[in-house]
Design a binder for this molecule. Structure first.
Ligand SMILES: NC(=O)c1ccc[n+]([C@@H]2O[C@H](COP(=O)([O-])OP(=O)(O)OC[C@H]3O[C@@H](n4cnc5c(N)ncnc54)[C@H](OP(=O)(O)O)[C@@H]3O)[C@@H](O)[C@H]2O)c1
Length: 266
């Protein structure tokens, strides 16, 4: 496995940012928001065909955009993403760890393999990005590692044991990295929305409906009701919060979006 990346401070003002899970949903909205803020972007997801959406990001923002089709459950995928970003634009100055799946089932159906996959994706990949980029970011005196976590990283939601455990791990990792790397000038965030209207949520609603007690529409309404804000978040709202953190770099770490006024809950 390649060792840590090394770099001098970036030669230009334009950040080089990896956005994982950027082919749809929240990640695509984040790519569009960051493209509008003049980030140079490497978009990562597994399905190469869906990454053709990069053309939409370019058309809407004029940003420089490249893609890498990678499965981030593999331990060497973050190194491959960093290598691709470096080849196209220079060593990354920020990573938005957004790629995710949301396994949902009763605890008696939650297997060790489901937990392992969730941990690999939501905790393992962000740790690898941090491990590989921390030396270069510390040398530069700046850099940002952002985790798209969830209120499932702050509280418990029923039927999501593997996902909730992984998201708590993701928030815990952000807190540890913040404590370690903030003194070196790096910013580490965990952004925690409640249920968001995206493919993950619609798939979960369809799965609930398939069990036969309710319709997918009713399941969506019930999920929205679990949010403290009383409705689904929209991907563009989450993306605006992420872009604001990358722009303004406030000193907190864990941002709870499921409030009338989003607030740090470190
Ligand atoms: N939707 C919600 O209610 C909600 C609420 C709170 C937090 N979140 C978090 O927000 C993030 C984005 O969720 P979303 O709702 O936008 O989901 P989504 O619409 O299903 O998009 C998920 C993205 O992640 C990619 N991805 C999934 N597994 C991957 C893997 N192993 N390697 C690389 N890429 C992978 C997908 O592309 P491929 O399938 O092609 O790989 C896709 O681009 C997730 O971390 C999720 O946990 C979501």
């Amino acid at each position: 496995m390649p060792g840590p990346a090394t770099m001098s401070p970036p030669a230009t003002e334009q950040p080089v940012t990896i956005v994982t899970g950027a082919s749809r949903g929240i990640g695509l909205a984040i790519a569009i928001a960051l493209g509008a803020d003049r980030h140079r972007l490497l978009l990562v997801a597994r399905d190469e065909a869906r990454l053709a959406v990069a053309a939409e990001v370019v058309a809407r923002t004029g940003a420089a955009v490249a893609t890498a089709a990678l499965d981030l459950r593999a331990a060497d995928a973050p190194a491959a993403a960093i290598a691709a970003a470096t080849r196209h634009f220079g060593v990354p100055t920020a990573v938005v760890n957004n790629a995710g799946t949301a396994p949902s089932d009763k605890v008696e159906n939650t297997t060790p393999a489901m937990l392992r996959e969730a941990i690999d994706l939501h905790v393992g990949a962000p740790l690898q990005f941090a491990r590989l980029l921390a030396p270069a970011m510390k040398a530069a005196g700046h850099g940002c590692l952002l985790h798209l976590a969830s209120t499932a990283g702050l509280r418990g939601h029923a039927f999501t044991a593997a996902y909730t455990a992984a998201k708590h791990g993701m928030v815990g990792l952000a807190r540890a990295l913040h404590a370690e790397l903030r003194p070196a000038g790096l910013d580490v965030y965990a952004v925690c929305p409640g249920f968001v209207d995206s493919d993950i949520t619609r798939a979960a609603a369809a799965a609930i409906a398939a069990r036969g007690r309710t319709t997918a529409e009713q399941a969506m309404v019930r999920m929205a009701a679990q949010n403290r804000i009383g409705r689904m978040h929209r991907p563009d709202e989450v993306a605006a919060a992420v872009a604001g953190l990358l722009r303004d770099r406030p000193p907190g770490c864990v941002l709870d979006l499921d409030r009338d006024e989003p607030a740090f809950v470190d």
